[in-house]
Design a protein around this ligand. Structure first.
Ligand SMILES: Nc1ncnc2c1ncn2[C@@H]1O[C@H](COP(=O)(O)OP(=O)(O)O)[C@@H](O)[C@H]1O
Ligand SMILES: [Mg+2]
Length: 309
């Protein structure tokens, strides 16, 4: 069962193709991470999927409903937290939640219970009487995300919900989302932070320049791209080491400042042996050497970079 099924979906703004023929399938009850750098097309995709803007072309089926034919049907069943702030300046935190529940026709008793639940879950108890205008950006964002949980829904769209949150609020939000998915909710979550997607998501699609360049589970992404290690070599004298090392199979030279050289490889053990052999046979002394797993952030950047090439 898919909650989202999208085929050849595109959106152009004049000459700009913001989303360029993407295919997507999101299984019911899963957290789907939509990951990409700024300007990649995440928000535009989300706006189409939530029927806020019409696609230029392509088809989309949301919760079994044709997105171009019955957008209002879809909107009744989904929750959406957009990237831009949205709040009523003079309303208090608890009133914001309460009012949002009313808008969705949530029964009064249930509203009351949910407000209390969400105030606790989003760490808003101490500021429940404060007006939105008097909140920090992070606090406002927490209210904005929290209120979406006032109503029942089958599918929730979150556009970069953790931007502006401190690390503990960030972790709190991710864990809250996880707990909701256990109850059967499906989530479409955009972020430009790979660690976040890895922590939260069952599947991740990476989008760049409007095109999807990888879709997989976080583990598979790491397997495919993450076996790499980064080797940093510090030598005592300026030498043209790149030229010497470029012949080693599977060795990617990343930076060379003369005395500091950084290489990456998925066969790091073999490459390391070759590097040491070559340096020794050329009489080059090694001051310092380190081998570390290439970070997820670097994997993400290198996948994006290779798709730009
Ligand atoms: N309303 C708009 N009019 C013109 N161009 C837009 C509009 N919205 C987005 N774009 C452009 O479309 C591209 C994708 O933007 P967006 O979907 O906001 O990316 P992301 O959310 O991944 O940062 C960018 O080049 C952006 O400048
Ligand atoms: Mg965006």
């Amino acid at each position: 069962m898919y909650s989202i099924e999208v085929s050849s979906l595109s959106k152009s703004y004049g000459d700009t193709t913001a989303v360029d023929g993407i295919d997507l399938k999101v299984e019911k009850g899963k957290i789907f991470g939509f990951l990409g750098p700024n300007g990649a097309g995440k928000t535009t995709t989300m706006k189409m999927l939530t029927t806020l803007i019409p696609p230029s072309s392509g088809t989309m089926n949301i919760l079994g409903i044709d997105g171009t034919k019955a957008p209002l049907e879809i909107r009744k069943k989904i929750g959406v937290v957009l990237q831009q702030p949205s709040y009523e300046p003079t309303l208090s935190v608890e009133k914001s939640l309460e009012k949002y529940g009313m808008m969705w026709n949530v029964d009064k008793k249930i509203r009351k219970i949910r407000v209390e639940e969400l105030l606790v879950a989003f760490d808003l108890v101490d500021i429940r009487k404060k007006k939105n205008d008097d909140l920090s950006i992070g606090q406002r964002r927490r209210v904005q995300v929290a209120r979406e949980f006032m109503h029942d829904m089958d599918l929730l769209f979150l556009d970069e919900p953790t931007v502006g949150l401190d690390p503990s609020a960030r972790r709190g939000l991710l864990d809250f989302i996880k707990s909701k998915v256990k109850d059967g909710l499906t989530i479409f979550f955009t972020t430009h932070i790979l660690e976040e997607a890895e922590y939260l998501c069952d599947d991740i699609a990476i989008i760049n320049k409007g095109k999807i360049i990888a879709v997989d589970t976080p583990d598979e992404l790491k397997n495919k791209f993450g076996r790499e290690k980064t080797i940093k070599i510090h030598v005592s004298e300026q030498e043209n080491i790149s030229a010497l090392l470029s012949a080693i199979p599977g060795c990617i030279i990343e930076r060379d400042s003369g005395v500091m050289i950084t290489v990456r490889s998925s066969q790091s053990e073999q490459v390391l042996q070759d590097v040491l052999k070559i340096l020794a046979s050329n009489g080059i002394a090694v001051e310092d050497l380190s081998v570390v797993p290439t970070s997820l952030e670097e994997i993400f950047l290198s996948v994006v970079k290779s798709s730009n090439a």
